[in-house]
Design a protein around this ligand. Structure first.
Ligand code: URA
Length: 237
């Protein structure tokens, strides 16, 4: 048995708070009867209706994908490009947790657990993301120090980041920099480098919320263990 608001939130229909509001305002039915008491418990066989919609109760599935470059992180693409879902075999309707650009590779979670997705992508979730960026040109260590302290992108300063210069290749005129951030703003890494005039030529996300790509090659995926899912919840709840 699970609490009604949790079941609604995990279906992805609404956030936990919104689910509570829906229950209190009498918009939720359990087996056809209004249930406006918070904390009511329901079993997997109960039919839940929210604002007239029958809630689909799917088994939760959690996938860790090593996204290759050259595919989009949306579920469908109007230009007909390959999507991350083309790489996964499942009968569930899964959604990516956040985004990686078309030309970015690396760790991407996909799930049908709407509640966990909302918690992980929430601006306050604070989960750690580690990127490795290949930069055109030789980076200046002073710029990297400034970048770590925060830089204005889209009119707002980024929060503190960790920046490690991994390699500088003067002959090839390129650098490799590891960047650890806790936000997930649009094209954040590329924009942070761009603020100092550097162009990111390759970008890979190596870690997300403590998870790594260990054991995977590009384009391959694995399911998370129950322990890993519990750890993710413990990071954001
Ligand atoms: N930052 C970017 O610029 N691109 C990504 O894909 C992820 C983070």
């Amino acid at each position: 048995m699970e609490r009604l608001q949790k079941v609604i939130a995990s279906s992805g229909y609404a956030s936990r708070r919104k689910a509570e509001e829906l229950i209190l305002s009498g918009k939720v039915l359990v087996n056809g009867e209004v249930c406006d008491v918070l904390g009511s418990k329901v079993s997997p066989s109960d039919q839940i209706t929210v604002e007239g919609h029958n809630l689909k109760r799917e088994n939760k599935e959690y996938i860790l994908l090593y996204k290759p470059r050259g595919c989009v992180t949306t579920t469908s693409d109007e230009k007909g490009r390959k999507t991350v879902l083309d790489l996964i075999e499942t009968t569930n309707r899964l959604y990516p947790v956040g985004r990686l650009d078309y030309d970015t590779s690396g760790l991407l979670l996909l799930t049908n657990d709407g509640e966990l997705t909302n918690l992980l992508i929430h601006p306050k979730s604070n989960v750690e993301k580690v990127y490795v960026a290949k930069i055109d040109g030789v980076v200046n260590p002073e710029d990297m120090k400034k970048m770590a302290r925060g830089v204005i992108i889209d009119g707002k300063k980024t929060s503190r980041a960790k920046v490690k210069i991994k390699k500088i290749d003067k002959r090839k005129n390129s650098s490799i920099v590891e960047l650890t951030i806790h936000e997930g703003r649009n094209h954040q890494v590329k924009k942070m480098f761009d603020a100092f005039g550097y162009k990111v030529s390759k970008l890979k996300r190596e870690r997300f919320a403590g998870l790594t790509l260990d054991g995977l090659t590009s384009g391959k995926y694995r399911h998370l263990s129950i322990k890993e899912v519990k750890t993710l919840y413990s990071l954001v709840k």
